[in-house]
Design a protein around this ligand. Structure first.
Ligand SMILES: [Cu+2]
Length: 350
């Protein structure tokens, strides 16, 4: 949370939006729509900006960014699992090969506001890499960014594959360089990867992170739909405080595009928190409870609840089914995060 987020910052964001150009600051336009407020923002004391934006169209953050120009869409990232190029090694082990490139890229995060991101494969979050316990994974990482980067995986691997400066050539890959990270996928569970070049907070906050799923050898029980959700923040003015919060890259996306599920469908969500600058994030599901598997390292859930808290790099698997049709919110149960973008809907139909 940016502790100083205030009307001043709202105006600053407005300023950035204006700089970003276009019919811009759709946010500002939004704030004024359908009728201009009868007072300038400076006179609306004590009301958080998101609530000011709320006036007029019921929900904050309405309006879409240009997903085509961004080159990715959170609606697709939700279901996009990269199993790699699969082959068999002479010893019989399954080999999965992945291609990752770091790219500097401008991303429209809310209408009219561009964020100069650092990305894996041009998207935030990076690809969801998926393997089975015991597979060999080989990740060819190329650095097409103007800055040095790395890939640091959570899980078991030799030190020189850890992607941390000082551990060998994979610790910091210079602009234009490349490195192949290779190790066995273990332990089974829900993991993540991120750049580990310093200053670390900046390299993460700029967008260099993704999910790494290691399925147990025997698999998990079948479900009807699996989704991946990466919770993160966006610090658009680089003051080490988040200005927006999101799941899978774009604030408010699943509020504007409710996730479609059916009554009785078994849903499994791979939930990862990589939020920088704030100590905790959370996930709350409305009108329902979920079974929770912290880090996904056990097949027995530890909790049956409707709200969980995750610190940075904590993650867990959620499983649930809706009994009744309807529209159901899911969001950070930190109200400020929800109002600044970490807010979505499930649309459950019969
Ligand atoms: Cu980096």
């Amino acid at each position: 949370m940016n502790k100083n987020f205030s009307r001043r910052d709202f105006l600053k964001i407005g300023g950035l939006a204006a700089i970003a150009g276009t019919a811009s600051g759709t946010i500002l336009a939004k704030a004024k729509s359908p009728e201009p407020p009868d007072k300038p923002f400076d006179d609306i004391c004590g009301i958080p900006p998101a609530q000011i934006m709320d006036h007029g169209d019921g929900l904050p953050g309405a309006g879409d960014v240009d997903h085509e120009k961004n080159g990715f869409n959170p609606g697709e990232i939700l279901y996009d699992f990269d199993y790699g190029k699969v082959s068999t090694l002479p010893n019989g082990q399954t080999l999965r090969e992945y291609e990752i490139i770091a790219l500097d890229k401008s991303i429209e995060i809310v209408p009219g506001i561009q964020f100069p991101a650092w990305t894996y494969n041009g998207r935030i979050p990076g690809p969801t890499l998926r393997a089975t316990e015991g597979d060999r994974v080989r990740i060819r990482f190329r650095n097409g960014s103007g800055h040095p980067h790395s890939m640091h995986f959570h899980g078991f691997h030799p030190g020189e594959m850890d992607g941390v400066p000082g551990t060998g050539p994979g610790g910091m890959v210079e602009s234009g360089g490349e490195f192949v990270y290779e190790f066995d996928a273990e332990p089974f569970g829900l993991h993540l990867y991120h750049c580990h070049v310093f200053p670390l907070a900046r390299h993460i906050a700029k967008g260099l992170y993704g999910t790494f799923i290691v399925d147990p050898k025997e698999g998990r029980p079948p479900v009807d739909k699996e989704m991946v959700m990466v919770m993160h923040g966006i610090d658009i003015d680089f003051d080490n405080g988040n200005d927006f919060y999101a799941v899978n890259g774009i604030p408010f996306y699943y509020q504007n595009h409710p996730i479609q599920i059916k009554v009785g469908e078994k849903i499994r969500i791979y939930l990862v928190n990589i939020l920088e600058f704030d100590f905790v994030n959370s996930f709350h599901l409305h009108a329902n409870f979920f079974h929770y598997y912290p880090t996904g390292t056990s097949l027995t859930p530890s909790e049956f609840t409707d709200t969980i808290i995750q610190g940075q790099a904590q993650r867990g698997i959620l499983e649930f089914t809706y009994k009744y049709p309807g529209m159901y919110m899911f969001h950070a149960h930190v109200t400020e995060f929800a109002e600044l973008g970490w807010n979505g809907m499930f649309e459950v139909t019969a």
